[in-house]
Design a protein around this ligand. Structure first.
Ligand code: C2O
Ligand code: CU
Ligand code: CU
Length: 489
């Protein structure tokens, strides 16, 4: 064998060995984590708060951000943060039309905030980085609920530190609640909140953030409502799951181990027009969905996450991994359930002709339209009540999603094609298909304030913290952008 042939053979086998190592650690194929965890802990159900009606008729809630410790993994005490407890927060519940107020207290050692993700409200109440609450301080936002029934959520949004605060455990659901005949609605029994998050736990069970996936921190441990290895005891033939992907970076594709189909009934901002039968549903960080699963007496079924289709070389971002999420154990006898209604809600479809402005939003390299987040810069000025189209694209080849505060939007098309069926409802967060143009249409609210902005951003929280965020104000006719004060970062 000549030297050059030998050298080629060596290089070739080195490359093959490297490829083998890369693929065995999941760079191309993803990692299959199923079957590794014992599902033997009863699913905790976050306590529900209906608030207290005060003398002015307001429904008043209380949230205190605090430090604590929780058994995320069996046998380990993890240092965590929570609202009104050690980890996560209560489910807040109110009806459309309610005047709500929240007494927020910060007992952490650093500033935080509480943002009402998916809620239409005045910018001063939004809980973004301009409404931080100092340690020991409090904040009392109030607003009138002006949107249909939906599974919303709340979480901190402090400047540059959202990932850390959410990852430590500060998150909870906010249900805008309205009875729909035929839908399971008994909280914790057949209407089950499910906050799904991935975590990295180190050898002593503490939260770690090592590793450098292009999307941020990816964990190998999946928690449901704060615990690993949970089962839910179902007592009814139909169970409604309110799914929140509360991860900081991990994109999840929900499916069952037996590939059974289920009914998808709601997107981020409310019910679909009609139930839609599917076998899998992708939610990126921040997105919610409601689904109804049909059970047979005595069976066990595992809710899982399956590989997410549509991304080239998605494995380094965790898109090809598989996980067990939660086991559902059906009782030997199940309470019968009604058939799902054929019609769930009426959706007011926005018309492209009504849009007064089109704004491009190009996400790449921690910036939007080439600009990184600046607390003192207003990027967009929007007329109250107007309809706009935003054309959103992810241009750098990495996974991103896009979230807009204050509005729920509809997807007009994706690269000219009609949106996938799971996107045909009200959305506030959308996973972006790489290199494609997503035309989103939305109608802005009537709350105006030229000086206090709302945010739009990638909801992969590392990306958001690192600058992939912009600010808009909503103004009255004839008003221009105001002046942001109080911040000089
Ligand atoms: Cu859920 Cu601006 O975020
Ligand atoms: Cu939000
Ligand atoms: Cu991103």
């Amino acid at each position: 064998m000549s030297a050059s042939v030998l050298r080629k053979a060596l290089i070739c086998s080195a490359v093959l060995a490297l490829l083998a190592v890369l693929s065995s650690c999941g760079v191309f194929t993803g990692i299959d984590y199923t079957g590794r965890v014992t599902f033997d802990r009863a699913l905790p159900i976050p306590p529900v708060q209906d608030g207290v009606i005060d003398e002015e008729g307001r429904r008043v809630f209380s949230l205190t951000a605090q430090e604590g410790a929780a058994e995320l993994r069996s046998g380990f005490q993890t240092q965590t943060w929570g609202f009104n407890g050690d980890h996560l927060g209560p489910t807040l519940r109110a009806q459309p039309g309610d005047h709500v107020r929240v007494n927020v207290t910060n007992r952490l050692g650093e500033a935080t905030s509480v943002h009402w993700h998916g809620m239409r409200l005045p910018a001063e109440m939004d809980g973004g980085p301009h409404q931080e609450v100092q340690p020991g301080g409090s904040w009392h936002p109030e607003w009138v609920i002006d949107q249909p029934a939906a599974t919303l959520w709340y979480h901190p949004h402090p400047h540059g530190a959202t990932e850390k605060h959410v990852y430590r455990g500060l998150a909870g659901l906010f249900l805008v609640d309205e009875a729909v005949p035929g839908l399971p609605s008994e909280y914790g029994v057949d209407d089950v909140p499910l906050i799904v998050q991935d975590k990295q736990l180190d050898g002593s069970g503490q939260l770690a953030t090592s590793g450098s996936a292009p999307v941020g921190t990816l964990g190998e441990t999946i928690l449901t409502n704060g615990v690993e290895g949970a089962f839910f005891d179902a007592t009814t033939e139909k169970v409604r799951l309110r799914l929140l992907n509360g991860s900081t970076a991990r994109i999840l594709t929900f499916a069952f181990d037996d590939e059974r189909e289920f009914a998808h009934i709601a997107t981020d901002g409310g019910l679909l027009e009609a139930p839609r039968v599917t076998g899998q549903l992708t939610l990126s960080p921040g997105e919610r969905a409601e689904v109804v699963v049909q059970l047979a007496p005595g069976e066990d079924v595992m809710l899982q996450s399956h590989p997410t289709p549509g991304f080239w070389l998605g494995a380094p971002s965790g898109l090809s991994d598989r996980f067990d999420i939660m086991q559902i154990r059906a009782a030997p006898e199940l309470q019968p359930a009604d058939d799902l209604p054929d019609e769930l809600a009426r959706i007011d479809w926005l018309r492209a002709d009504d849009a007064v402005t089109t704004r491009p939003m190009r996400l790449s390299n921690r910036s939007i339209n080439g600009k990184e987040m600046d607390m003192n810069r207003i990027d967009d000025v929007i007329l109250a009540g107007s309809t706009e189209i935003w054309t959103v694209s992810a241009a750098d080849g990495f996974p991103h999603n896009f979230h807009i505060h204050d509005v729920q939007f509809q997807v007009l098309d994706v690269d000219g094609a009609p949106p996938a069926p799971h996107l045909r409802g009200w959305k506030d967060t959308i996973l972006l298909e790489p290199q494609k143009e997503h035309r989103l249409i939305m109608r802005f609210g009537r709350h105006t304030n030229p000086d206090v902005p709302y945010m739009y951003h990638c909801h992969l929280l590392r990306h958001e913290d690192e600058g992939m965020m912009g600010q808009f104000v909503v103004v009255a006719p004839g008003q221009g952008a105001g002046h942001i004060d109080g911040h000089h970062h």
